[in-house]
Write a protein that binds this ligand. Structure first.
Ligand code: ADP
Ligand code: MG
Length: 254
């Protein structure tokens, strides 16, 4: 049975997509059958694993709005044991269109249900909002992984995010857990970084991953080559950090 992890934070630019792509790629490389689900209209995880967004026939938009089956949208990537449900720019409208669909908060969960037997891990890359699309992801998930950028306003919005997690848990998905909080774009030379880390650990006792993701330009370059960092520059510190994070996740989920 698979584990479904939603990568969520309504703030943009905190490292959701970078984390979803690179965790998924490392899970695949470590032998786990992995499905990445892109439900952000920006589609950065779709292009980040090398897909040409213009050539896609069926996307997560069709799953959410047109009743498409999950299996119809799955695309195998060029990377070990990694498949994706790609996104389309049409998803920008789905937030509103979903409102008219019956059981609108459970569409993604229902679409993923038949796929769960085929994968060990399913990673959902969420859009930067707390609307119905993110609600669908939290409802479909077993756990939520929250990337937090090590910067001054890091904690801002996290209580709102946790309120949404609690609301979904109460209303639809009582087994939803916090997988962990991931510190991204870490720069240990900055005093500010240390302060932020201390604050986040106080806010989420025992829930912060011990692996932190360093700031490195290689992580921001890899997507333009359509490659997860481990295939672009395997020995890079960002690549190694995501590898260590995946070991941590695997240990927790044994
Ligand atoms: P989100 O999905 O939360 O909007 P992204 O993963 O797209 O965030 O990251 C935002 C930007 O920061 C992207 O340009 C990405 O390449 C870059 N980035 C993410 N993580 C790192 C990192 N550890 N070091 C350097 N750049 C990073
Ligand atoms: Mg993103």
């Amino acid at each position: 049975m698979s584990k479904v992890i939603a990568v969520a934070n309504q703030k943009g630019g905190v490292g959701k997509t970078t984390s979803a792509v690179n965790i998924a790629a490392w899970l695949g490389a470590k032998g786990k059958r992995t499905l990445l689900v892109d439900i952000d209209p920006q589609g950065n995880s779709t292009s980040g694993v090398g897909l040409d967004r213009r050539s896609l026939k069926t996307t997560t938009y069709d799953i959410l709005i047109n009743g498409a089956k999950g299996a119809d949208a799955v695309v195998k990537t060029a990377f070990e044991k990694l498949s994706i449900l790609p996104s389309s720019a049409d998803l920008a409208a789905a937030e509103i269109e979903l409102a008219d669909i019956p059981a609108r908060e459970a569409v993604l969960k229902n679409a993923l249900a038949p796929l769960r037997a085929e994968y060990d891990f399913i990673l959902i890359d969420c859009p930067p909002s707390l609307g119905l699309i993110t609600t669908n992801a939290l409802n479909a998930a077993d756990s939520v992984l929250i990337p937090v950028q090590c910067e001054y306003y890091a904690l801002e919005g996290l209580s709102q995010l946790m309120n949404s997690v609690q609301a979904v848990k109460r209303r639809y998905n009582e087994r939803l857990e916090l997988e962990g909080v991931l510190l991204t774009m870490y720069d240990g030379r900055l005093n500010l970084t240390q302060q932020v880390v201390t604050e986040i650990k106080k806010y989420f006792p025992r829930k912060v991953f011990s692996t932190v993701i360093p700031r490195t330009v290689r992580l921001s370059e890899a997507p333009s080559f359509g490659q997860p960092i481990l295939y672009y520059d395997r020995s890079n510190k960002g690549s190694q950090a995501y590898g260590a994070l995946v070991d941590e996740i695997l240990k927790k989920n044994r």
